[in-house]
Every structure is written in structure tokens, then in C-alpha cells.
Design a protein around this ligand. Structure first.
Ligand code: NOJ
Length: 539
């Protein structure tokens, strides 16, 4: 089975992981110094949020040069060393690739906006407007998608923020340039790309108005209907599904067998279109259902069954608990570390790819920075919305709060920097840090470490199929993974009450947590505990 179907992904947000030069911003040298620890945790693939040259208005998601490193983070030489050192430790590297848009400071855009006759004019989407916008398209953040540019008296389109103009993929020269960028990094040996808002790559050629929708708020897994619009003409176009196949084909010739994971959103049928009917599109897409989990076994049973029905092998589901745009999962759990263990065990033991956001492994909590004080451009745009109101409405505005520095130890700024951190580290105890948790056997960090290593060393968990099973208590989720003659069975108690399960004869206990115990052939599951067994089908 292909390596990317079995891997686990750990996301590093370079701004906040580890600073090495005291400027208060994380950097590549800092990450290099932490690689042994990441390897020890058991990580298989590291995904880096962007560290390319960028004005930093959207913290790297506004790129002004795709093939150079932003001096904030280091040099190309350090980057080469980082890729090499990751590979030496038998881990893989995935870079974030923002193909949809560039920064408005990118030389292509500066050239494009300079004149209607510019050779780069068609690199972006320009339309005439006659005192009003070319059509009603709304961006993914709820602002008008068209931006007026005085110098040539036309509008350019941006499906995110106005300083992120969308590239025009109907122009073959754009494709060629961007494939060149992919080649540049693939030749350096990177093992894949996370494709930023890939659902937005193509816009409809007719430029027709989008129809009305009653829905206002988008969710992480549905941007298709939002801000009173059905995004029929500016999201999820058939050309984007087709382009997924083209990119896949393009990268497939590289010997490291790289993969693509798309940040897309929509119904399962939209996700399947990105994956391709013959599994020949994006290798994986992020599935965001866990971002709004209900901590009840029923939710997880339904999710597993749905994924097995809609995304059977050769498709591989992904399980995303958080990222640099979403509330931290531990806060969604009210800080309950027992529940965090059950949830992460689910994520690692289901059939699919667990995607872990840096700090999840220590239960790193969110900040409470107001929208008014936010550095995040989305917070700045909504600075007069009080935090309590956005929380009440369940909309996530100030993404600074999930991007706070990693908590390493009890030295200056939790060991993140010797200077002053770019975002406040906030209050913490030594038991919240990596170094504190490493010393405590039943800490969340040690639990994650066990899960990473358990997966890594067990082909049934990595490759086996999945079937949900009945259990003796409605709060207990039970499922089996099966590969050839071997079965792994998982029990997770999502309730406060005790559960008791009879375990299959001849089972070997692989892992238990949260107070689960085997007594006289039975598994005793106290509230929020779990256990994993393995047995053979042949006598
Ligand atoms: C999605 C990224 O995850 C987010 O952080 C970024 O602001 C937008 N795309 C725009 O690139």
C-alpha cells in the first residue's frame, strides 16, 4: 500500500513552533533543533505552513516569491538542511502550496496591474465594471470578491482577502509557472503538498451572478453556501476537479512518490470529485467533521460508517481535529484531558490519516485575544465584533488564538524564544509543557507518543479495513480493523459510566489508557477510557 495512505501528519506553524535567534518569531533553525523530539514523538510526516517570502499580511498565505525563504524564517540553505535532516530521521516533508492566489506584492501582480497591455495582465482575473462590480460574487471571508484598481480602471478578483489576488488558471502560462514551482520543491525531495483553498482554483468563464441562498455563516466543511449566496460560479467548478488530476499526474513522475492533500470543502460528493472517480485526483482531502464533533459515541459511529460507505478503499479518509484556522480541540472539550485521550485515540485508530496540529499533543489551549487586538487580518477586518459575540455565534474570527507559541518548558516564554514572543504565550503550568508532560507517565504527550508509535508499528492499524461493532453500553464505541488473518479491536468509552466488554479469546492487549483494565477475561472500562487488542483469525 502507498506510504501516504498509511502515514500520520503533524502540522507545524513556523511562526509559533520554535525561535532560535531571539526575535520572537519561530524559524527553521528552531525547528531543526526540535527534530529529534518530533521523531521521538513518533511523527511520520511533517506539514509546514508556508515559510516562503511573503509580506506576512496573512502570515505566509500571501506569497511574493514561491522559491525563496522568508528571511524571518531563515535561508534556503537552512531549508535544504531541514529537508535533509527530516529525511535522515525517516520522516517525510509536506509543504503548503498556495496555488489559488499570490500576494499583491508578487512581481507578477505588480506587473499585471501596471497596464492593460502588460504581459502578465492575464495572470490574474481582471474585468471591467462600469461604476459597479462585474458581478455579485462574494469571497470566502464574506467580502465582495472584486477589488477596484484605479490605475487601469478595472476590477481584479480575490476569493480570500483583497491583498491575495486570484491567479487565472485559464491562462496556460500560469499553469506552467506554478508547475515549475512544484518541480522546484519536488527536485529538492519534498514528499508532497497541502493545497490551500483548492476548491477556489477555477472561476466560471460566464461570470454569471451567484444565486441567492438563505445560509449566512460558512462552516469549515461548507463554504459552498454562505453570506446569502450559493457559490455556484466561484467555488468547486468541474474545471477544478479536472485540474486536481492534472496536478496529480504532474507530480506522480517523481521517485519519492509525492502526494497532494487538498484543503477543499463541500458535500461528500464534492470531496469525491476532487479525489477523482478512479482515485486519480488529489490523493487526500482534509475532512473537517471532527472540527465540530459531538463528544458522544453515536457521533463517532456515524462518522466511521459514513466514511466507510462514502470513501471505501482505495480512498483514504482523513481525520482533522484542528489547524491554524480553527478553535483548538481541547477548548472545545472544556479542557478535559480524559476526553482528549479518547478523542485522539479515535483519530489514530480509525482507518485513515490522523492530522495533528502542533500543540494538540500537550492539549495546548487557546488564547483569549480580542478581535480588536488581533494581528490576524480576519480579526482586523472584524475588529469591532466583541469576542463573546463571535463565540456565541460559533464563528471563529481571531485566528491568533489558535496560533500561540508551543509550550516547551518553564524557561523564558515557555522555551519558545529567548526574546519576547510575537503572540503572548499566556499563563501556563509546567505540567502543560512538553518537558513537564514527558516526565509524567500518564500525560497527554505520552498518550500521543504511544498512539503515534502504535500506529507506526502495526500494519493492521495502518492498512486494515474497518467495521463498527456493537458494544455492551451505548457510550462505548467498538470497531474492528482487519488485515489478512489479523484483527485489531478498539473500545472507547465516551461516557462517565463504567462499561464492561468481553474480549475475544486469545487477544493480546496492545494499549490501554484512562484506567481501562482487563479482569478475568473482561475489559473494565471506567468513564473516558479505552483499550486496543489484537488477535489472529487462525488457530
Ligand atoms: C486557508 C488557510 O488555511 C488560511 O490560513 C489562509 O488565510 C487562507 N487559506 C488564504 O490563503
Amino acid at each position: 500500500m502507498e506510504w501516504w495512505k498509511q502515514t500520520s501528519i503533524y502540522q507545524i506553524y513556523p511562526w509559533s513552533f520554535q525561535d532560535s535567534n531571539g526575535d520572537g518569531i519561530g524559524d527553521l533553525q528552531g525547528i531543526l533543533g526540535r527534530l529529534d523530539q518530533i521523531q521521538d514523538l513518533g511523527v511520520e510526516t511533517i506539514w509546514f505552513s508556508p515559510f516562503y517570502q511573503s509580506p506576512g499580511q496573512d502570515f505566509g498565505y500571501d506569497i511574493s516569491d514561491y522559491t525563496s525563504i522568508d528571511p524571518r524564517f531563515g535561508t534556503m540553505e537552512t531549508c535544504d538542511r531541514l529537508i535533509n535532516e527530516i529525511h535522515k530521521r525517516k520522516m517525510k516533508v509536506v509543504l503548503d502550496m498556495v496555488m489559488n492566489h499570490t500576494s499583491d506584492k508578487h512581481p507578477w501582480f505588480l506587473e499585471s496591474k501596471s497596464s492593460k497591455e502588460s504581459s502578465k495582465r492575464d495572470f490574474y482575473i481582471w474585468r471591467k465594471g462600469k461604476n459597479k462590480k462585474p458581478n455579485n460574487w462574494i469571497s470566502m471571508v464574506g467580502t465582495p470578491g472584486w477589488n477596484y484598481d484605479k490605475s487601469t480602471d478595472e476590477f481584479y478578483y480575490s476569493n480570500f482577502l483583497s491583498f491575495q489576488p486570484d491567479l487565472n488558471y485559464r491562462n496556460p502560462k500560469v499553469k506552467k509557472e506554478m508547475f515549475g514551482v512544484l518541480d522546484f520543491w519536488l527536485k529538492k525531495g519534498v514528499d508532497g503538498f497541502r493545497l490551500d483553498i483548492f476548491n477556489s482554483i477555477y472561476k466560471d468563464e460566464s461570470f454569471k451572478d451567484n444565486p441567492f441562498s438563505f445560509r449566512f455563516f460558512p462552516t469549515p466543511d461548507n463554504h459552498d453556501e454562505a453570506f446569502f449566496q450559493k457559490k455556484q460560479y466561484n467555488l468547486n467548478l468541474p474545471e477544478s476537479f479536472q485540474f486536481a488530476k492534472e496536478v496529480r499526474k504532474h507530480i506522480s513522475k517523481y521517485k519519492q512518490k509525492p502526494f497532494l492533500v487538498g484543503e477543499v470543502s463541500g458535500s461528500d460528493s464534492v470531496l469525491k470529485s476532487f479525489l477523482g472517480e478512479k482515485a486519480d485526483g488529489l490523493n487526500l482531502v482534509f475532512q473537517f467533521e471532527l472540527i465540530h464533533f459531538e463528544y458522544k459515541s453515536k457521533f463517532f459511529i456515524d462518522l466511521l460508517e459514513k466514511n466507510e460507505r462514502e470513501f471505501p478503499a482505495p480512498f483514504t479518509p482523513t481525520y482533522v481535529l484542528g489547524n491554524h484556522d480553527q478553535r483548538r480541540y481541547i477548548d472545545r472539550l472544556g479542557g478535559d484531558l480524559r476526553k482528549a485521550k479518547v478523542l485522539s485515540a479515535f483519530q489514530f485508530l480509525a482507518r485513515g490519516i490522523p492530522v495533528v496540529y502542533y500543540g494538540d499533543e500537550i492539549g495546548r489551549q487557546e488564547g483569549r485575544i480580542s478581535n480588536f487586538l488581533g494581528k490576524d487580518p480576519i480579526a482586523k477586518m472584524n475588529r469591532f465584533v466583541p469576542l463573546f459575540l463571535s463565540n456565541l455565534l460559533g464563528i471563529y474570527i481571531n485566528r491568533d488564538n489558535c496560533r500561540l507559541p508551543m509550550l516547551w518548558d518553564d524557561s523564558n516564554e515557555a522555551g519558545f524564544t529567548t526574546g519576547k514572543s510575537w503572540l503572548p504565550v499566556g499563563k501556563f503550568k509546567i505540567s502543560d509543557t512538553v518537558s513537564g508532560q514527558k516526565k509524567k507517565e500518564n500525560s497527554l504527550w505520552n498518550h500521543y507518543r504511544s498512539l503515534f508509535h502504535l500506529r507506526k508499528g502495526n500494519s493492521v492499524i495502518k492498512e486494515g479495513n474497518l467495521e463498527t461493532k456493537s458494544s455492551s453500553h451505548s457510550d462505548v464505541l467498538c470497531f474492528e480493523r482487519k488485515l489478512k488473518e489479523k484483527v485489531v479491536v478498539v473500545y472507547l468509552n465516551f461516557g462517565e459510566e463504567n462499561g464492561k466488554e468481553s474480549i475475544p479469546k486469545g487477544s493480546k492487549l496492545l494499549y490501554q489508557f484512562g484506567g481501562a483494565e482487563v479482569k478475568g477475561g473482561d475489559l473494565q472500562l471506567v468513564g473516558h477510557s479505552g483499550a486496543v487488542f489484537e488477535f489472529g483469525l487462525r488457530k
